[in-house]
Design a protein around this ligand. Structure first.
Ligand code: AP5
Ligand code: ZN
Length: 217
């Protein structure tokens, strides 16, 4: 299956992607995680992306699209993938359509995770991430790790993202409404959108998502 996950910052895209990718045996491809890995490895791409991420703004398409394309064309993604955080504007959605067409493949669904803004702020404020694996996501209240600073899954160090401040979250939400939300209309026209409430327990949201992917009510 080839799936795109859309939703505001803190909706739970990364959290759901980890479970869905495991259930569907496809790789979880997060452009945010790819940028953070480049930044921690000190690459040229990471250096270029950092100033935009620190400001809460979208990284320019000329950097993002090539990086996402390279990852999607890796052998482990040949039978499908779950895109988390890409595409993030209509230009990226059009570029993705071109990449898919060139490779004779197509998307199966776009999962749109809906969550009220006040919940987003609570989720982001308590988020803790694993330095070793971006798919290992915790929350100090909703999904607390056994030890505040150690990942339960792999023993990696837990940290708080530098763009998870209230001020940056406001900018990220503005970017989401002005640039990312229009891709939902774009994909509606292709009949691909499945809207899911992202409220409730993580497992409930996963079940709703799996049901939507299998077209169950
Ligand atoms: P990115 O890393 O994609 O961040 P984001 O979209 O802002 O999304 P988040 O990672 O903040 O949230 P999430 O929805 O994954 O939530 P999570 O599962 O962690 O992008 C970061 C930056 O990179 C961008 O600002 C931009 O600069 C750049 N970038 C990335 N892609 C780009 C692109 N395509 N183009 C241009 N620039 C790009 O959950 C949040 C918290 O809630 C966690 O603590 C979790 O434990 C908790 N939680 C999750 N589900 C639940 C639940 N059901 N109940 C209670 N708590 C929950
Ligand atoms: Zn970990």
């Amino acid at each position: 299956m080839r799936i795109v996950l859309v939703g505001p910052p803190g909706a739970g895209k990364g959290t759901q992607a980890a479970y869905l990718a495991r259930n569907l045996s496809i790789p979880h491809i997060s452009t945010g995680d790819l940028f953070r890995a480049n930044i921690s490895q000190g690459t040229e791409l990471g250096r270029k992306a950092q100033e935009y991420m620190d400001a809460g703004r979208l990284v320019p398409d000329e950097i993002t699209i090539g990086m996402a394309k390279d990852r999607m064309l890796q052998p482990d993604a040949s039978n499908g993938f779950l895109l988390d955080g890409f595409p993030r504007n209509v230009g990226q959605a059009q570029a993705l359509d071109k990449i898919l067409a060139e490779n004779g493949i197509a998307l199966d669904a776009v999962l749109d995770l809906e969550v009220p803004e006040e919940e987003v702020v609570k989720r982001i404020a308590g988020r803790r991430l694993c330095r070793k694996n971006g798919s290992h996501v915790f929350h100090v209240v909703y999904n607390p790790p056994a030890d505040d600073s150690v990942c339960d899954e792999c023993g990696g160090e837990l940290y708080q993202r530098s763009d998870d401040t209230e001020e940056k979250v406001r900018v990220r939400l503005e970017e989401y409404h002005s640039k990312t939300e229009p891709i939902i209309d774009y994909y509606e026209q292709q009949g691909l959108v499945r809207t899911i409430s992202a409220l409730g327990k993580v497992a409930e949201v996963t079940k709703r998502s799996m049901d939507a992917l299998h077209d169950k009510k």
